[in-house]
Design a protein around this ligand. Sequence first.
Ligand code: HEM
Length: 467
Amino acid sequence: MPPDTVVLGETVPFRFRPVVPKPRTQDLGMFAFLKAARKNPITTWMRAHFEQPVVAADGVMGRITVVSDPALIRYLYVENAKNYRKDDLQRRILAPGLGNGLLSAEGEEWRNQRRTIAPIFSPRHVVSFAEPMNFAGARLARRLARRDGAHVEAANETTRVSLDVLERTIFTHGLKRDPDAVGRAISRFLEAIGPIDPLDVFNMPNFVPRIGRLRARPAGRFFEEVVDELVARRRALTAAGADAPHDLLTLLLTASDPETGNGLTDLEVKANIVTFIAAGHETTANALTWALYCLSQDDASRERLEAEADAAVGPDGHFALENLPFAKAVMEETMRLFPPVPFMSRQAIREDRIGRVKIPKNSTVMVAPWVLHRHKTLWDDPDAFIPERFLPENREKILRFAYLPFGAGPRVCIGQSFSLQEATIVLAHIAHAVRLDLAAGHPPVVPLHRVTLRPEGGLRMLVKRRH
Ligand code: HEM
């Protein structure tokens, strides 16, 4: 790691600046664009996207307007949110895998589900999930400490821990079947539906089979069977008057819409369990993986995190979120540089105007955290990893609509506090137990956009036990 440098007589601390695909300076032709979009969509962004507030372009997917001005994003997501719906491309990709859960439902169906499910993710419930998160974090820390001196694949470890958290918070006692088999089925399923299929881009109807989806089918079926079994077991338990465990499954089965009093149907419960797992596991796992990568390249931040974790650990070996401001800042800064959801898109229901740009009816409008979080006009030293930006004393300098790893407005991520709490607690467990360095001779770490943003080829790390 290079030493601190002296600039105009002042010592400037070393800052890690991850190497990422360079913005393009020239337009890609149609076929080159499709090829790049299928391989790794973040390589298609142009320099203008990182410098201009709004960029509109006509291409193979029709007119796409990318908005990166916080006031205009507020307009899109809040003030005129009713004029925008999830676009067809996103729904075609998500709906076959997730059924009509919260992420892919639209209109009245979405509104009813959101009203019913929102209280489940209230601060009171999220705090009550700190315990299972601590259990899963401690288990991971023990597993890593046992590998002292060995190499691990960090992406596998973070995926395992995020599935462990979801299993403990959704189903309390985990699954009867081999939990790793479930994890593998979910990963295969997401892997297969991940790449953008050109048939989707060209609006081919759903009955035209997509190769990726065919590959995903057996994994998807296995996954659904597991969920069916769990819902049936829990319904039987509650019907028999037995004490149901406090977890997301019980909360979903007993939730009721505050306006109508209606509960969720079994189909909706199942669709949302699948949705929570799909929306929650890879996103959180990737955020943690990127945090481990950034910390391995920044000694000062890693030492500060270790000191915080050592001081914050309770007598039971558990951590409380409020004692981990730096760990939380590391997670937030990591999600600025490596947003797990690199772009979100919407479709205009009626013609509109965003700032001075006309938005034709049915055209696509995007907000891309990948671009927004590295935008030259919104951030100081945008490419540098500086967790201090997110410490409580600096946090309010960040504009609300300049930092959107979880989206915003009515469709903001429902699992936002859940996942930030989870990632922070798990990171503290890791930092307290071990130090992870990038394996010697590791190839360059390149972000790959596959539904979420992950290091291409994984992240091999050397484990050093700390205590
Ligand atoms: C680091 C972790 C996570 C990130 C970065 C993330 C990001 C996002 C983003 C950007 C959206 C909005 C998409 C859009 O506007 O088009 C979203 C929606 C959603 N997320 Fe997350 N998410 C994370 C974790 C979770 C977890 C743990 C859960 C559930 C347990 C979850 C459940 C959902 C659901 C259900 C929606 C759809 C909400 C709606 O449309 O009403 N997410 N997420």
